[in-house]
Design a protein around this ligand. Structure first.
Ligand code: SIN
Length: 293
């Protein structure tokens, strides 16, 4: 039987552990309430949605993103600037340089598995990433279903991690670069001394009620109350489990793709790509309304 959402919009699951395509909605136009509700339901069910062949300007991207809540302001660049002054909510993700100066963040390097901004107390709930220019090869973005990762854990491991909290490193971005203002932690090797937010290792999604493994970022992670050595062993086990292909879907970008993910039950990473090619994406983030619990 078709789901209620599928009667309003056409939803094609990727066939992998998460993700679905929605191809019959033009996001540059105002959306009817039943379409917005169907997209929201599909997002909760599939965790990552991809809308192909869109033609969006920055105003469209911001308008669409705001349907799901208040937006975060994009972080100030390392040179202290707002990337798009008319739309300070938009972060430019790009390797392109103009007159030797980067127009965006994250360069061409690999971005390691992470949950966006898990290093703050109240991380964003949704991220929207829209592609304007993409390389022929590389720069793919992969996603993990962290409900499935939790559900597949052995009972004994679930018992061990239940009720435990881990620290999520604030000092570096997902490409491993030290953030501005955190240079003093560049050589710190004790994860207990690195600044960051504490979150439960197992969280409950506020809308779906499903439990998810919440790992956030590996580097400088630390599980409260354990020796650093034991914490490293357990984190390594959890990361090896969560990043298995069984829980993963890979997005190969085309120009005009808008990909929207639920930051509370997924992680993502990005492949490196040739710096001679151009990759430009615009990103928005919808604020989370609660701390992960
Ligand atoms: C990100 O980690 O938010 C960026 C992902 C990408 O560049 O594909």
């Amino acid at each position: 039987m078709q789901s209620k959402s599928n009667r309003v919009i056409k939803i094609e699951p990727t066939g992998s552990a998460l993700g679905a395509d929605i191809d019959d909605v033009d996001l540059s136009r105002p959306l009817e309430d039943d379409v917005i509700a169907a997209i929201t339901d599909a997002w909760h069910e599939h965790l990552v949605l991809r809308f192909r062949a869109q033609s969006l300007d920055d105003a469209d991207l911001v308008r669409f993103s705001r349907l799901f809540g208040e937006l975060d302001m994009a972080p100030i660049t390392s040179s202290g600037e707002v990337e798009i002054p008319e739309y300070p909510e938009i972060l430019v993700v790009s390797n392109v340089k103009v007159n030797g100066k980067s127009i965006g963040s994250l360069g061409n390097y690999e971005a390691e598995w992470h949950t966006d901004m898990s290093y703050v107390e109240q991380p964003p709930k949704m991220t929207c990433l829209y592609s304007l220019e993409v390389p022929e090869e590389g720069g793919d973005t992969s996603f993990l279903n962290m409900y499935a990762a939790y559900e597949a854990l052995p009972d004994e491991t679930r018992r061990v991690i239940d009720g435990k909290r881990a620290k999520h490193d604030y000092s570096r971005n997902s490409a491993g670069e030290v953030r501005k203002g955190f240079e003093g932690f560049a050589d710190e090797s004790d994860p207990r001394k690195i600044p960051g937010a504490w979150h439960p290792l197992v969280t409950t999604h506020p809308q779906t009620g499903r439990r998810a493994l919440y790992l956030g970022r590996r580097r400088n992670g630390y599980i409260e109350g354990m020796s650093v050595e034991d914490s490293e062993i357990l984190l390594d086990q959890l990361w090896a489990h969560a990043t298995k292909p069984d829980f993963r879907w890979d997005q190969k970008w085309r120009v005009g793709d808008l990909v929207v993910w639920d930051n509370r039950c997924t992680m993502h990473r990005r492949d490196a790509f040739d710096d001679d090619s151009r990759r430009i994406l615009h990103r928005t983030q919808v604020k989370g309304s609660e701390r992960p619990v």
